[in-house]
Write a protein that binds this ligand. Structure first.
Ligand SMILES: *Cc1c(COP(=O)(O)O)cnc(C)c1O
Length: 387
């Protein structure tokens, strides 16, 4: 049996995989067993921030593997402490809880929000307002947070206490807050899975104002938008708001599983001993990789991300078969006249791997993708969209 046949026979049917097997990668290229070379415009859904076989990331990870690969959270390790310090220094947040994934980082944020309100206002202030079209993860609680009914239908009952307001409609948030006893409002500044849609600045500032006025926590889900993806370290920095809780994962580890929940001066001491935990959370190998990722996201580097972003937006806009281009930084949604899945299939044929989000083609290339490689990929995408 081929790898694809074995996978289809033995791996659970939860993924509609593309008909591509990958054996190795180098920079922004991926290779299949027959030697076919692909330009990777998805980076494992925004994870491999510095591409494949990257010397700096590899050496950070391998040198930690050579020391100690895991200790549990009963002991102290340098990469975990250093990563938390770096994240706090670069954001002004005060403390970090480490998890293994985006969904788990959000679970932590939800626990923080509920305990904060329980301590200050009472247990009944347990409702969290999220947005329609959002995506916050696949656990039963983060599914409840996710404002897309298609994810809910088959898995009832979900965790209760979530209501979904309309993105970019501040009145809808106001009425959700009025009608419920709310502890937090949780948003993605750019909705990723929802179709790569950036929230309006005015809306985000409006949400912040409601939070401040009513002592409600502003939780920003930066699982996909974080770690340089939008051209700033975190997407909220493009909006000039200060969140109370930030969650992130995906690009943070550069390819190894790690999530983080960052808490500010208001929330840093909400969780105490025994309130939360994770066996693998802050694992030293994953944390060492993440330290190397975060250390490289300097202002100079982010300026290059923004230049590449401008190139992508300028080049795609107005081309035949491209109706609109949305997103921020190197998080790009392309509304094509042809169905997105046909464009993606044709790109695969021509050696470019893209993603979709709702009815759009979605691009999340490595942040360090070389300009020439990016140009080659964009040319193929424009050609496929024009057919
Ligand atoms: C991917 C994603 C998640 C879930 O992350 P996992 O690591 O798959 O659990 C949560 N929120 C957003 C915004 C995401 O894009």
């Amino acid at each position: 049996m081929s790898i694809i046949e074995r996978d289809k026979k033995y791996v659970a049917n939860t993924y509609a995989r593309f008909p591509v097997e990958i054996v190795s990668g180098e920079g922004s290229y991926l290779y299949s067993p027959d030697g076919k070379k692909y330009i990777d415009m998805g980076s494992g859904i925004g994870v491999t921030a510095f591409g494949f076989n990257d010397e700096q990331w590899k050496s950070a990870v391998v040198s930690q593997i050579n020391k100690v690969q895991h200790t549990s959270n009963l002991y102290y390790t340098e990469p975990c402490a250093r990563l938390a310090e770096l994240l706090c220094e670069k954001t002004g947040m005060k403390k970090v809880f480490f998890a293994n994934s985006g969904a788990e980082a959000n679970e932590c944020a939800i626990k923080v929000a509920r305990k904060y309100a329980a301590d200050k206002k009472g247990n009944e202030y347990s409702t969290i307002v999220t947005l329609k079209n959002s995506f916050h993860g696949r656990t039963l609680t983060t599914l409840a947070a996710t404002g897309q009914d298609k994810f809910h239908e088959l898995f009832q009952p979900l965790t209760s206490g979530f209501v979904h307001a309309t993105a970019n409609d501040i009145d809808s948030v106001k009425s959700a807050v009025k009608e419920n006893k709310v502890c937090a409002i949780m948003i993605e500044c750019v909705q990723g899975e929802g179709g790569v849609i950036a929230l309006d600045k005015e809306f985000v500032l409006g949400v912040k104002k409601i939070c401040d006025e009513q002592d409600i926590l502003l939780v920003i889900d930066e699982v996909q938008t974080g770690n340089g993806r939008t051209g700033k370290l975190y997407a909220y920095m493009n909006y000039g708001v200060e969140p109370d809780v930030v969650t992130t994962a995906k690009g943070l580890g550069g390819g190894l599983p790690i999530g983080a929940c960052l808490m500010n001066a208001k929330t840093e001491n909400v969780l105490g001993f025994g309130d939360h935990g994770s066996t693998y959370g802050g694992n030293p190998v994953c944390a060492a990789g993440a330290v190397s990722v975060i250390e490289r996201l300097t202002d100079e580097f982010l300026a290059e991300v923004n230049e590449k972003s401008q190139y992508v937006f300028n080049t795609l806009s107005g081309k035949k078969g491209i109706e609109s281009v949305s997103g921020m930084g190197l998080m790009v949604g392309i509304k094509t006249t042809r169905p997105a899945k046909d464009v993606v299939a044709e790109c695969i044929d021509k050696g470019v791997l893209c993603l979709t989000a709702k009815d759009k083609v979605r691009l999340l290339p490595a942040l360090n993708i070389p300009m020439e490689v990016l140009k080659d990929a964009i040319e193929v995408i424009i050609d496929a969209a024009s057919k």
